[in-house]
Design a protein around this ligand. Structure first.
Ligand SMILES: [Fe+2]
Length: 340
């Protein structure tokens, strides 16, 4: 495999457009993001970690219009700016300063590589407590510390990019930004359903996945979901109840994934983009042995299956075609797993 041009440090932010910014801001606040700055054009959100803003909301179609990674240093930014089709190095908008280079991936998604953003003051994190579990008595004489309200989002964690060619798109991100395979899942005909990729930080432990490259049943190009780390399991459950009471649309969860290991909870926003709360992900490093799994091998540890609203963003002829393509006599069972 080709040596990457650079190896990015982390997922930095997403740019999201919504037809009604006020409605979107209400959802995002209930979801647990905090407003760092508001301008006429955009609202900049953050988590409780001291990291810079991770979510830029502006007016438009309900979609993710750009994804961004943080570079290790200014030299890496110059390497990206030297690519055909890349922008010059420009000042980055928002409250944290820094510089950015913009380019398009093979699907046409705008990718931004930034550097030099300043950190923010940390916000109060989710309350945490010890547990009387696993045969241990560690919360003795104390009530559990739990807030009844929105989850406390710590940081942006990962996103899933959907396309008709997930493996090809993964290779582009590997060659340009150093993302490396953690695990892959194949459809019954052998083609890729999902390539889970992580940051390549050598022996440093990182989240199991930072970008999942997924086959879209409608063969469209989109960010299928954006995922955020919350404080802990109680914080995730409190946030779930809070969103449910506000009639927000839960599309999958609560459960614990097999690949990635995180406890997950997915919500569809009023502008159509799915947002995930998660906690307790697998952490892996260069010692991790990538697995190539079939769909039937990837049943979650526990929890319900995804709803159709999670799996299919838009019904069209291609969705029907791909469902029939995958429902071969030998693959009925595995396809049921996919839809369940
Ligand atoms: Fe996810």
């Amino acid at each position: 495999m080709t040596e990457p041009l650079i190896k990015v440090k982390q997922l930095a932010y997403v740019r999201v457009r919504a037809p009604d910014k006020a409605v979107a801001e209400k959802f995002l606040t209930e979801f647990g993001l905090a407003v760092a700055e508001r301008t006429d054009e955009a609202v900049y959100f953050r988590g409780t970690n001291p990291e810079p803003t991770c979510y830029v909301l502006s007016q438009g179609n309900g979609d993710v219009s750009a994804i961004a990674f943080e570079a290790d240093n200014a030299e890496d930014l110059e390497k990206i700016a030297a690519l055909d089709g890349a922008s010059a190095i420009e000042p980055l908008d928002g409250p944290c300063g820094g510089q950015v280079v913009r380019l398009k991936d093979p699907m046409g998604m705008q990718v931004e590589i930034c550097h030099g953003r300043s950190s923010l003051e940390a916000l109060e994190a989710a309350p945490a407590h010890a547990f009387n579990m696993n045969g241990k008595r560690e919360r003795v004489g104390l009530l559990p510390a739990i807030d009844r309200g929105p989850s406390h989002i710590r940081r942006i964690g990962h996103l899933v990019l959907e396309s008709a060619q997930p493996e090809t798109v993964y290779h582009w991100y590997h060659e340009h930004f150093g993302l490396t395979i953690s695990d892959a899942v194949r459809l019954p005909d052998g083609s890729p359903q999902m390539v889970f990729s992580r940051l390549d930080r050598g022996d440093e432990y990182v989240d199991h996945h930072v970008v999942g490259f997924q086959f879209a049943l409608d063969e469209a190009i989109r960010v299928q979901h954006i995922a955020f780390e919350v404080g802990n399991l109680d914080d995730l459950m409190s946030g779930h109840e809070y969103l449910k009471r506000r009639k927000r649309k839960n599309v999958w969860g609560i459960g614990r994934h097999l690949l990635g290991g995180q406890i997950f909870d997915y919500w569809k926003s009023p502008f159509g983009v799915i947002h995930e709360h998660w906690t307790d992900t697998d952490l892996v490093n260069e010692q991790h042995q990538a697995q190539d799994c079939g769909l039937g091998d990837m049943n979650d540890y526990w929890g319900p299956g995804p709803s159709p609203a999670f799996l299919i963003a838009k019904w069209n002829f291609k969705v029907i075609k791909n469902i029939f393509r995958l429902m071969t006599p030998t693959s009925n069972l595995t396809f049921c797993v996919y839809l369940n």
